[in-house]
Design a protein around this ligand. Sequence first.
Ligand code: MIC
Ligand code: SF4
Length: 645
Amino acid sequence: MGLTIAQKIIKSHLLEGRMIPGQEIGIRIDQTLTQDSTGTMVYLQFEAMGIERVKTRLSVAYVDHNMLQEGFENADDHRYIRTVAHKYGIYFSRPGNGICHQVHLENFGVPGETIIGSDSHTPTAGGIGMLAIGAGGLDVAVAMSGGAYYFTMPEIINIKLSGRLKPYVSAKDVILEVLRRLTVKGGIGKIIEYTGEGVKSLSVPERATITNMGAELGATTSIFPGDEVTRSFLIARKREEVWVEIYPDDDALYNKTLEIDLGEIQPLAAMPHSPDNVKPVTEIGEIKIDQVAIGSCTNSSYQDLMKAAKILKGKTVHKEVSLVISPGSRQVLTMLASNGALADLLAAGARILESGCGPCIGMGQAPATNAVSLRTFNRNFKGRCGTVSAKVYLVSPETAAVSAIAGELTDPRSCRENIKVEIPETFPVNDNMIIPPSNTPGKVEVIRGPNIKPFPLNIPLPRKIEGEILIKVGDNITTDQIMPSNAKILPYRSNIPYLASYCLVPCDKDFPERARKSGGGFIVGGENYGQGSSREHAALVPLYLGIKGILAKSFSRIHKANLINSGILPLRFINPDDYDNIREFDSILIDDAVEQIMKGNTITVKNTTQNTMYELKVEVSSRELEMLIAGGKINLIKREKVGKQ
Ligand code: MIC
Ligand code: SF4
C-alpha cells in the first residue's frame, strides 16, 4: 500500500510504535524551535536535564512575543534565552528579527524533516513540506536532549484542491472555508494533507497560511507536498540544496478526502469569538469597524503585505479606524522599505509596529471598549486582544485593507486596483540577527534575572485522591482562558507563583483564591478542553494551585500532553450525563488510582456529596501512565537517571 506525505516522513523518522491511527508512536526530531513566552520555561527544563549540548540537527530560539519592555522582566528573559542558547548549541534569533514561524520558514525550513516547537502554530512549516508539530515546552526540551517525540498516530485527511483562487480571494479564505466545514474540533487526532492540481497555484507563504491555521482545527499538523513551488521558494532564498521532492504515492490511502475548488471560494470572516464561526463577508452585513490589524504568523509574508500596500496606495485609512501593521519578519519589512511599499503604507496612515507577534498576543494595541477589530490573525477568542468587550473578526489581508479604507467590513472584490504581486526571484538574505551557538560553551555564563522562579514539581500519584470540584466550565475552553496572556501578565511567564492569580479568571474571577484556600481539587470541563495555545503554563499553574485532575468530555491534544507531563490526571467522561450531573463544589474521591488505570484505563470516581459514582477514561499510553505515577515527566526522567547510575 502506498504512503501519504506525512506517513513517508513519519516512517523515515520512526523510533517506536507502529503507524496505526490511535496508537502511540515515537519519532526522531531533526529541528526544534522555541519562542520567548514559552522558551524560558523550556530552557529551564532543558538545563534541569543536565545535557551539555543539544542533540538535534538544528535548534533555534526566537524572541518575538514578549517584545514590550515595560520593566526588566521581558528583557531579562531575552538575555537568559540568548545566553542559554549560546551555551547549549542553539541558534538565537534576536528580538526584531521576526515571528518564529515566518523566520523559520524563510531561513530553516527543510522539506521532509521533522520539527517540534513550543508554539501551537509550528505547523506553519508544513507549508514547505516539513512534518511540523506544536508541543508543550517539556517535550521540546526532551527532543533537544535527543529524546523521541511521542504522539498518537493520527488519521490522515486529504484535502484535494482544484482550480485557482479568484482575485481578492486568498489563502486565508481557504483555511477559513476548511474551518467552516470542519470546526475547531474537526482536526483532532488528524493530519491534514493538501494535494491536487490546485496546490500548484499556491506559493509557499500561501500554503503556510493554510497550515498555520490547521492549529485552529485542532489538527496534529497540516502539510503540503515538496514540489517545484517549494523549490522556487528555496532558490529565491539561496537554499536550494535542502530541497527534496515529496508527494503522496498514487495509491496512498487516506482516512477521508475532502474536495475544495479554489475558484469557488469567496472572501470569508470568522466572527466573534471562535475561528470556526465563519461566514461569507457578503452575508455578515454592514459592520462599522474601529481597528484593523494586519500581521501575525498567519498573514505577514511579503505577498500579504504587498497586497495590503497596493490596496492602500494613494488612499487614506478611514478617519475612525486605526490600522496597525506588524510585518512578520525583518526581511519582509526590509523589502517593503526598499521597494517603496512601506512609504505607501505610511502615507495611507498605517501605524507600523516592529516585526513580532504584537497585537496577536495582546502585546499592545488592545481595541477600545466594545470596539470591532478586523484582524488577519488566527485566533479571536474573547478577551485575547486585551479588551474583553471587543469583537474580533478574522479576515484576509485583502479584506482587512479594503475595509480599513471603507471604515466598515467590506467585500474586497469591490476594489478595482490590480493587486497582483510579482514574487522577486531572489530575496535579500541577511542573517546578522541570528546568533550562532558558541564554540567555547564552557566560557558562556547563563544570566538569569530575578523574575525567573523555579517551576513547580508534582508528587507521585497517591493511592487516594480527594478534593472539591473547584470550577465547572463548558465546551471549547481555551488556554487563553485557563492561563490568560496579555501585555500585563506575559512578562511573568517564568514566574508561575505570580501567574497563579490569573488562572481561569475569565471564567470565574474567584477561582485562584478558592483553589488556594482549599489546597487544590479538580476542574470539570466540556468538549475540547484546553484548545489553542501550546503554553504549558495552562498545566503548570493549575499544578501550582494543587489541581489533581481535570474531568472533561474531551481534551485538546497539546494541553492533554502538558497535563500528563505535569502529573495532572486527564479524566474523560464516558457518560455525557455525568458531566450534566456533577456540580461545582461537589467533593470527589478516587481510590487506588494507579491500580485502576493499570487494569483498564478507566477510573471510578466517587461523588461523596451526591453519593454517586462515575466511570471515567484515562486514555494514556503505558509510558504516559508511568509519568502520571511518578508525578510528571521531570520526576520520571530524574527517577530513570538515578536508576541508571
Ligand atoms: C498563541 O498564539 O496563543 C501563542 C502565544 O503563540 C501560544 C504560545 C504561548 O502561549 O506562549 C501558542 O500558540 O502556542
Ligand atoms: Fe505569535 Fe500570534 Fe502566531 Fe502565536 S498566533 S505565534 S502570538 S503571531
